[in-house]
Structure formats: C-alpha cells, structure tokens
Write a protein that binds this ligand. Structure first.
Ligand SMILES: *[C@@H]1O[C@H](CO)[C@@H](O)[C@H](O)[C@H]1NC(C)=O
Ligand SMILES: *[C@@H]1O[C@H](CO)[C@@H](O)[C@H](O)[C@H]1NC(C)=O
Ligand SMILES: *[C@@H]1O[C@H](CO)[C@@H](O)[C@H](O)[C@H]1NC(C)=O
Ligand SMILES: *[C@@H]1O[C@H](CO)[C@@H](O)[C@H](O)[C@H]1NC(C)=O
Ligand SMILES: *[C@@H]1O[C@H](CO)[C@@H](O)[C@H](O)[C@H]1NC(C)=O
Ligand SMILES: *[C@@H]1O[C@H](CO)[C@@H](O)[C@H](O)[C@H]1NC(C)=O
Ligand SMILES: *[C@@H]1O[C@H](CO)[C@@H](O)[C@H](O)[C@H]1NC(C)=O
Ligand SMILES: *[C@@H]1O[C@H](CO)[C@@H](O)[C@H](O)[C@H]1NC(C)=O
Length: 306
C-alpha cells in the first residue's frame, strides 16, 4: 500500500514536470544548435561510419584518396608506390606522378593525423594497451593499407619501412612478434614487386605479404606472413557475371577461399567485372555467398551501399 502511494506520487510529479519541459525532439534541436561541449567527443572524426570489408582498388585515382574511402567505411586502400630519386611517389604509371603526390603526403601523414585523433592521450586513456583504428564505431578494426611496389622490390622495401617509422613508434602498426600477430590500427601489406624474402626476414614484422591465392597449396604461406591472399578474377575464375557461373567456376571460387581460410588467410579477387552494374553485383553476391572476405571495388559508393 505504501509502495503504491509512493509510485503514484512519483508518476504525478514526473507527468507534471514533463508537461512543463520541452519534448525530447525540442531538447535535441536546442542542444544541436548550441555550442555545448557535450556534443563532441575526441574520436568523432568517423562518427556513424560503419566499416565494411571493401578494398578501394586504385584508391589514389580518387580526387581525395584515403579520406573518401574512410568516409564510406571502406577498410582497405591501395597505393602504387614508386621509389625515384630518394622519394616514394604514388601513381598508376610514371606519367601520372607529380612531385607533391607522395606516399607521405597522400597516405602516411593523413593516417597519422587521423589515428592521433582516434587515440587521444589523456587521463582516460593512459592505461590503453592497444591503439584504436580509424573507425569510431569499430575501434578494433584496422585500416588495411596495400602498398603496391612498382619499382624494384629490394630497393623500395627499405624506404617504405623507414617511412612507416612514425606509425611504428606510435604503436599503430599490426606486428608479428614473438610468435603472435598483435593487431593494431593499420595493417600494411606489400604487393606488386614486394620481395617475399625481405618480408619473411623482418623481425618484428610490420609489413606483410599479399600471397598468391591461386597457388597457396604449393607454398608455405600462413597468416603471420600473409593476412590476405589475392588473385586475378579473369584468368582464374573467368565468370563475366552475366547468367550463372558454371559448376567449375563456382567450385574454383570456393576451393580458393577454402585454401586461404584453412591457413587463417583472407581471400580477395581483383579485377572482378565492373560493368554492367548487374554483372558486378552478381559477382559480389556470389563472392559473399562463397565466403570471400573482401570485395574489390572501383565504385566505392556502389560497393558501400551493396
Ligand atoms: C562556441 O565555443 C567556442 C569555444 O568554446 C567559442 O569560441 C565560440 O564563440 C562559441 N560559439 C558560439 C556561437 O557560441
Ligand atoms: C632525379 O635526379 C636526377 C639527377 O639529379 C634529375 O636529373 C632528375 O630530373 C630527377 N628526377 C625526378 C623525377 O625528380
Ligand atoms: C607542391 O607543394 C609545395 C609545398 O607544399 C607547394 O608550394 C606547391 O604549390 C605545390 N605544387 C603543386 C603543383 O601543387
Ligand atoms: C590528469 O590527472 C592529473 C593527476 O591526477 C591532474 O593533475 C590533471 O589535471 C589531469 N588532467 C586532466 C586533463 O584532467
Ligand atoms: C589506470 O590504472 C591505474 C593503476 O591501476 C588506476 O589507478 C587508474 O584508475 C586507471 N585509469 C583508468 C582511466 O582506468
Ligand atoms: C632481392 O634480394 C634477394 C636477397 O636479399 C635476392 O635473392 C633476390 O634475387 C633479389 N631480387 C631482385 C629482383 O633483385
Ligand atoms: C619478445 O621477445 C623479446 C626477447 O626475445 C623480449 O625482449 C620482448 O619483451 C618480447 N616482446 C613481447 C611483446 O613479448
Ligand atoms: C589445395 O589442396 C586442397 C586439399 O588437398 C584441395 O582440396 C584443393 O583443391 C587444392 N587447391 C587447388 C587450387 O588445387
């Protein structure tokens, strides 16, 4: 009885108060138009963006590389890197290089800035044992950075390792050390001319190797060397995306994905059909149904909405 009286009194007080105060919508409107410090938090740079296992093919072709991909939740980007006269330039071919478009300016500096934003150093974070990745909604999800070495691999790997030093010192690089892979904010993977011997010799290892997906059985790759393995869609699978894949084509996709997964490696097919749109989407659907880990995309908006 006493309790009933108490609850009734509380309910009346609450209703009276509600009648004299703004509704939640008005409250939100007032807060949003104010300058309140409650409205922002240190890591809101990628607020509301949900990361997706999409690889931004030829990312540096976009007007704003890297940031466009991140804004769409794309978790993997690729830079074609040329080591010329002591500088790492970024571009698809030599004719596309300019003095200012470098690995540092287009990728490493902005990544460093973003990660510093996502990893504020203050009294609340002093005990943090691992770094946040670029996505506020999924802080343990790393950015995957593919470095496609276009110039001689043995000559290009050392300057790439050196350029990564600021990220390394900050603890932002996924690293294989003492028998375990410690995931961090960025996982760097060499492809193109990246020398396998150079990667396997790294101790600790914070640049990994894009393994050949179609020939994993005849090699010794595992996830400590290769978080991912890739292959060319056209020559290995060959389905145009129009009509249905043949049993042999589907079997090939599933076999390669399985070969990767049994080694703890993720599977990626590049140069999947981009057009017509229906063919592109048929291939993406087939890949997801078959367990592929990454969608390779030129049209990031389409892929992120897929
Ligand atoms: C918002 O806050 C900043 C810093 O606290 C101040 O400089 C600015 O004048 C404020 N703006 C408004 C519209 O109150
Ligand atoms: C590289 O250096 C050489 C010799 O200094 C110079 O002639 C050439 O223009 C440079 N190339 C580039 C792309 O800077
Ligand atoms: C290249 O960068 C330098 C230094 O930041 C700047 O002065 C110059 O205008 C830039 N060149 C172009 C073509 O953007
Ligand atoms: C962090 O903690 C120290 C020691 O308790 C204190 O003096 C300092 O003001 C705090 N800093 C902030 C930004 O709260
Ligand atoms: C960090 O660890 C110290 C020592 O265990 C503890 O006193 C402090 O409260 C911790 N700080 C945070 C933000 O958890
Ligand atoms: C790169 O160096 C390794 C040994 O360090 C050597 O075996 C290999 O042939 C070199 N590759 C090229 C393309 O020079
Ligand atoms: C890895 O092993 C080395 C020596 O073998 C040791 O000094 C280091 O602390 C170890 N690192 C970690 C993260 O366990
Ligand atoms: C790799 O080996 C597995 C197990 O023997 C086999 O099932 C699979 O077909 C092989 N992959 C390829 C591409 O031949």
């Amino acid at each position: 009885m006493l309790w009933h009286t108490f609850f009734a009194a509380v309910a009346v007080a609450w209703i009276q108060q509600a009648a004299s105060t703004p509704g939640v919508d008005q409250w939100i409107t007032a807060l949003v138009s104010s300058n309140s410090s409650l409205l922002s938090w240190p890591t809101h740079f990628t607020q509301d963006i949900v990361p997706k296992q999409i690889h931004s093919h030829n990312d540096y072709w976009r007007e704003v590389p890297l940031l466009t991909a991140l804004s769409l939740g794309v978790q993997s980007v690729e830079a074609d890197v040329w080591f010329i006269n002591g500088t790492l330039f970024v571009g698809h071919e030599e004719a596309a290089l300019t003095p200012n478009r470098t690995f540092e300016s287009l990728y490493l500096q902005p990544i460093m800035q973003i990660l510093d934003m996502m990893n504020p150093r203050n009294n609340f974070t002093s005990n943090a044992t691992s770094a946040n990745g670029p996505f506020d909604t999924a802080s343990t999800t790393p950015l995957q950075l593919l470095v496609d070495m276009k110039t001689d691999g043995n000559a290009t790997l050392p300057p790439v390792l050196q350029a990564l030093q600021p990220l390394r010192s900050a603890g932002y690089l996924t690293t294989f050390m003492n028998g375990t892979v410690q995931s961090s904010a960025v996982t760097v993977i060499g492809t193109g001319n990246t020398p396998l011997e150079g990667i396997t010799a790294l101790q600790p290892r914070d640049v990994f190797f894009d393994a050949p997906l179609a020939s994993l059985n005849s090699s010794n790759f595992d996830h400590t060397i290769s978080p991912i393995a890739s292959t060319d869609w056209g020559s290995v699978v060959g389905w145009s995306g129009i009509g249905n894949p043949t049993d042999a084509q589907r079997n090939m996709i599933q076999t390669l994905i399985n070969d990767a997964h049994t080694r703890g490696i993720q599977a990626r097919f590049w140069d999947t059909p981009g057009w017509p749109v229906r063919a592109r989407e048929n291939v993406w659907t087939e890949l997801l149904n078959d367990g592929a880990d990454w969608l390779n995309a030129d049209d990031l908006v389409a892929a992120s909405r897929f």
